[in-house]
Design a protein around this ligand. Sequence first.
Ligand SMILES: NC(=O)c1ccc[n+]([C@@H]2O[C@H](COP(=O)([O-])OP(=O)(O)OC[C@H]3O[C@@H](n4cnc5c(N)ncnc54)[C@H](OP(=O)(O)O)[C@@H]3O)[C@@H](O)[C@H]2O)c1
Length: 308
Amino acid sequence: MKAARLHAYGDLADIEIENIEKPEPGPDEVLIRVVSVSVNPLDRKLVQGILDDFFPLSFPYTLGTDFAGIVERSGPLATRWHPGDQVIARANPVQGGAFAEYAVVPATHIASAPANLTLEEASALPTVAGTAWQALMEVANLRSGQTVLIHAGAGGVGSIAVQLARIAGARVIATASSSGIDLVRQLGADHVINYQVEDFSDRLQDVDVVLDTVGGDTQQKSFAVLRPGGFLASIVSPPNKALAKAHDVTASYVFHETVGTRLHLIAGLCEAGSLQVIIDRKFPLVETGAAMAYLAEGHTKGKVLLVP
Ligand SMILES: NC(=O)c1ccc[n+]([C@@H]2O[C@H](COP(=O)([O-])OP(=O)(O)OC[C@H]3O[C@@H](n4cnc5c(N)ncnc54)[C@H](OP(=O)(O)O)[C@@H]3O)[C@@H](O)[C@H]2O)c1
């Protein structure tokens, strides 16, 4: 089968498209024919080795975590999944394996694909929807009636976070550039701030929850818009504890962990027509490096896909 592989830490030019043996599922694993894959900023960070402390890779390494496809075969302890089932899945980043024609994942990292989405659309979901849900609902405990600021509302995580916050009954404020404003409004934001022309920290105060998907100055400035007792959840870098104390807020770094039941809840929201998937662009698997370079420009709307 074709797979996008890496033989040592490096950068996008070091990714090779190779023909390798199909993987074999272990007792609690499932072999899935990959129909579509989505690309995350994490994939490039893994290639560069900058997450080696959290995700030490063994080489050769097949890239990719997020995909949708059709079950081929299950291990004897993974009887929940049957040949022909249409599923979404997220591989553990240390194992990777999604940027290929077939992938193996633990049965617990799989959910049925939403029946009303194509498998291409469904492949966009696992990391971004899992992260947005974990950060907003489980860590920041966002509640109906609260005000939430979501940075990069047009991005992969942001475009789902805006919709989840809206479904939860929050008042949603998001940041985006001029090219993303209409999209973010259409996803349900009550108010969108163009971060290229306005400083959100001059405009906002008494926000209950901030979801930081940008880091750096954006994260630093976010402390000042929170009410005392508010919550800053960053998915980019651990927030400054001294600043959190000075502003009397709770600040947490959220590290996404795959949970099959969370994927199942997300698929249910899609089937109910409550959650849309935004696709920016599709590339063939043989152009994995080009797809990752396009995402790394930092201005995509929704998700970038790879199709084997
Ligand atoms: N901790 C975790 O477990 C976890 C999980 C998922 C993601 N992440 C991290 O979270 C970050 C975001 O991930 P993603 O998949 O959402 O990225 P993404 O899809 O690449 O984000 C692209 C979006 O960011 C927007 N943007 C860029 N600079 C901005 C700024 N200064 N203010 C507001 N918006 C800005 C762009 O909007 P314009 O085009 O309008 O500029 C674009 O729509 C990445 O660093 C990723 O590695 C962490």
